[in-house]
Ligand binder design. Structure first.
Ligand code: AMP
Length: 488
């Protein structure tokens, strides 16, 4: 099975972002609020979006490939999505019918009424559970692991939907945040380690669930709190009720949310993502400063860390690389005969800020090294005297099996090259990464990464996977049930 089979020729093959989930209960126009929330969460997945609304009698569903602003552009669509409760989802996807079946939220009619599910994350025993279900006669329509939860709900003997969902989740292993819609409630769940984010908010009389606080801000909703690891929150007309059906465990929130995923203006597990990124840059300057004239970020993700680095090092910050924000997958492919020119669709060097200068180039991470290699060449072409790459996180040496479609381990540059080899590959005068201790300090855990201390999930940086990789250890191929896989 190939990964990224429909790669655009100008798509640099970078990992895809994960998903965004949203839910609201207790307002007219729940779907319109959900569309707004999804729009704020667009950075978490850009290629498909969906909303399921409930109006007291009927569920209404609309899902399609495309950006939120396109999928929910039509008044007719929005008018059809009536109701006081709704959930929504956005994610990445490829194209075509196979993939449309995977667009979420998933919606099914069960013996207990309708159920819609929106899921961000990954089940690490998906293959095993799916095989058992198929052996018992289950028929799957999609390749997404969310459908496994639906089957487990349908088979559960519990007598209400929340109980069935809890029963189902007790049978799966994974890292996920989930938002569900039933004919009486919306339900939010976080996995027992709280790897993926989920917050609770309030908007007048309505209650909101969202992957990130930026989805609350967009509609003027108030942040109430993070949903706790292993917590199930049922929100119905009596308001939110919290359940802790799973054994309490120490939180292992995904550190990559701070490094890259979360929107900088989001408050993530009590900390503003932008502030944490700035501190990562400052730590990096303290650990691996280098004589230079200017600090230049790889936009947009490198900007906060570059500001932190420049501030700490006492160096000027400059936008030496400018990003075109209008590059989409729908970009018409330039003709074959101009492709070899190495068309710079996404980034361009700003010569005025680079020529003759010793440049510290800052990015949040390196995966395959594609972005860095291109950008370094651009900076050199623009006349930089020296290029020193500084990465505001430790080397990405391992794949994520918890909902982020990262490259396979072999493709990750840092998994098979040492620092000097990487510097040579990327073409820089020097290369340095933030240390794990520096990262923990920046992310508010100064005691660092020590057994017995509160920790993050940092599997992509350390190879220590806190959620058991059941399928891999049971002999299944070690990868996520990706919607890029052909279900046949
Ligand atoms: P690469 O070009 O493969 O080395 O990927 C590194 C670049 O991708 C950096 O500029 C990061 O900001 C960005 N990046 C890191 N993680 C992700 C992700 N999961 N999805 C999309 N981009 C990412």
């Amino acid at each position: 099975m190939t990964r990224f089979p429909l790669r655009h020729p100008f798509d640099d093959g970078r990992p895809r972002e994960e998903c965004g989930v949203f839910g609201i209960f207790g307002t007219q126009d729940a779907a319109a609020h959900t569309a707004l929330g999804l729009h704020a969460l667009q950075h978490r997945g850009q290629e498909s979006a969906g909303i399921v609304a409930f109006d007291g009698a009927q569920f209404h569903v609309h899902r399609d490939l495309g950006l939120v602003s396109d999928v929910f552009a039509s008044d007719t669509v929005m008018e059809r999505l009536k109701g006081h409760a709704a959930i929504g989802h956005n994610r990445y996807a490829t194209t075509g019918a196979t993939v449309l079946r995977n667009v979420q939220p998933i919606f099914v009619e069960t013996g207990m009424g309708g159920l819609a599910l929106a899921h961000n994350g990954n089940l690490t025993n998906a293959h095993s559970v799916r095989r058992e279900l198929v052996e018992r006669g289950a028929i799957f329509q999609s390749t997404s692991d969310t459908e496994i939860i639906v089957h487990l709900v349908a088979l559960s003997g519990m007598d209400d939907m929340a109980g069935r969902l809890i029963d189902a989740l007790g049978q799966v292993v994974g890292a996920y945040s989930l938002v569900a819609l039933t004919d009486t409630a919306i339900i939010g769940v976080r996995d027992t380690l709280g790897v993926r984010p989920l917050v609770l908010g309030k908007l007048d009389g309505a209650h909101v669930l969202a992957s990130e606080t930026c989805a609350l801000d967009i509609m003027g909703a108030r942040f109430v709190r993070d949903i706790e690891p292993g917590e199930v929150v049922v929100i119905d007309r009596d308001g939110p009720r919290s359940f802790k059906p799973f054994p309490a465990r120490r939180s292992r929130f995904c550190i990559f949310e701070y490094i890259y995923f979360a929107r900088p203006d989001s408050r993530v597990e009590g900390r503003n993502a932008y502030e944490v990124r700035k501190r990562m840059g400052a730590e990096l300057a303290r650990e691996s400063g280098v004589p230079a004239d200017v600090v230049v970020p790889v936009p947009d993700s490198g900007v906060p860390a570059a500001l932190g680095y420049a501030g700490e090092a006492g160096l000027p910050f400059a936008l030496g690389i400018v990003r075109n924000h209008y590059v989409g997958r729908t970009f018409i492919e330039p003709a074959q005969n101009i492709r070899h020119l190495g068309v710079k669709l996404k980034h361009n060097a700003n010569r005025a800020e680079l020529e003759g200068k010793r440049v510290v180039l800052l990015d949040d991470s390196i995966m395959r090294g594609t972005t860095s290699t291109k950008i370094v060449a651009m900076v050199r072409d623009a006349g930089a005297a020296e290029v020193h790459m500084r990465i505001a996180s430790p080397p990405n040496t391992h794949s994520c099996f918890y909902g982020v479609d990262t490259p396979s381990r072999e493709e990750l540059l840092a998994s098979h090259m040492d620092l000097d080899e990487m510097a040579g590959f990327i073409g820089v005068d020097s290369l340095a990464y933030l240390t794990v201790d520096g990262l923990y300090r920046a992310a508010g855990k100064p005691e660092g990464r020590r057994a017995g201390q509160p920790q993050y999930c940092d599997a992509c940086l350390t190879g220590e996977y806190p959620v058991p990789l059941v399928d891999r250890d049971g002999g299944f191929e070690a990868r996520q049930l990706s919607l890029l896989d052909d279900p046949n």
